[in-house]
Design a protein around this ligand. Sequence first.
Ligand code: NAP
Length: 390
Amino acid sequence: MGRPPGTGQPSGSQPSATGQPSGSQPSGSRLPPGARPTVVWPTAATEVVGVIGFPVRHSLSPLLHNCAFDVMDLDWSYLAFEVSPRLFGQAVSGAESLGFRGLSVTMPHKDAAARLAVRRSVTVRHLGAANTLIFEPRGVFAESTDGDGLLDDLRKGALFDPDGRHCAVIGAGGAARAAVLALAGAGAKEIVIVNRSRPSAWRSAALAPKVARVGRPDELIGMDLVVQATPASMSGVDRTGDEVVPVGAAMSRRDAAPANFDAVTGDESAVPGEEVSAVIAGVDPARFGAGQLVVDLIYDPALTPFLLEARRHGAAVRNGLGMLVHQAARQIQLWTGAEAPVSAMWAVVGGDASEAAGDVRPVAPTAASDEGEGELSPLGEAGVSGPIEA
Ligand code: NAP
């Protein structure tokens, strides 16, 4: 038996891309006086999955997964659990004992998730990190869907196939390592890794010794694909690599999509004045240009200073929303055995359903966007702007 209709979304309000209901939430009871409440769902038979992280209250995952279960007519429910590292092991054991079907795992628990599993996929064994736990009769199985989620989005959303292409990854944390492994598996000809500290960059390069190497920021000019996989552009902060002097592409925060940018409506309230740098680990996006695809794994803000600067100079840009959607879709397939409704999942986070079908064509940057004024196209709408060579 599936869910009753309409249980996948908060009632009475349309969720925004940030997962927040855009209308005001009713307070107190909405029942007429004397009426009896009729709660029909969830029931004793409802299957439970969720995301475990710290913090996790900002997560879009409940929105994505519950939307999918609703469309799939599955009696499943997905919740968010904020659990400190000290309690992570106990929480997972408890979830397994309670009969949860699985868990999504986010920061800072991905390494611990890989360690506690009794069985691990090849990808997890290489990465030493997992974003998905599946509770099986034989015990906990750990998988990582981040890398494949990125590949799905590159191929279906950006119409970019890494096979034989020159790629670069900025950062050497969990997401960056997943990207390196996935790009190498997809046949990338070369993967240049740039990170502020070199030891972690070397460890990341060791994941794909035939094609990956640690490089210099200026080597990223002209690369087919650049993946920005640090949290630095989230607030526009920057820290220079050990051996690198940043070129200093400072931009006004007014030009960046602010944190409360709504990818559904395009509404934004600019925060004028404060200067932030778009340079990350010595990589200046002002030196990118036409023919390059620049992906920032961050999706909130929808357009980071890094992406805006790259787009302003002619590169095609894409944020991390598509990777988020596709890695979630793969988790759903792992847990339920059924294909996830990617188009609906895109739509619920403010994206364009046609993207899932690969219908999106790159669009040229507008004069307004070149100026950093006027309309900022919601990245969720198409996810790609600027010219790319498909
Ligand atoms: P992580 O494991 O903590 O790694 C962070 C990496 O970024 C490290 O290599 C670190 O350098 C570097 N870094 C941190 N702050 C920096 C700064 N100010 N300047 C330059 N480099 C900096 O994090 P993660 O899990 O890989 O996540 C990275 C980003 O990807 C986050 O913003 C996360 O939200 C995003 N993400 C998105 C998705 C998606 O589905 N779209 C999925 C996963 C992650 P050092 O090695 O020198 O410390």
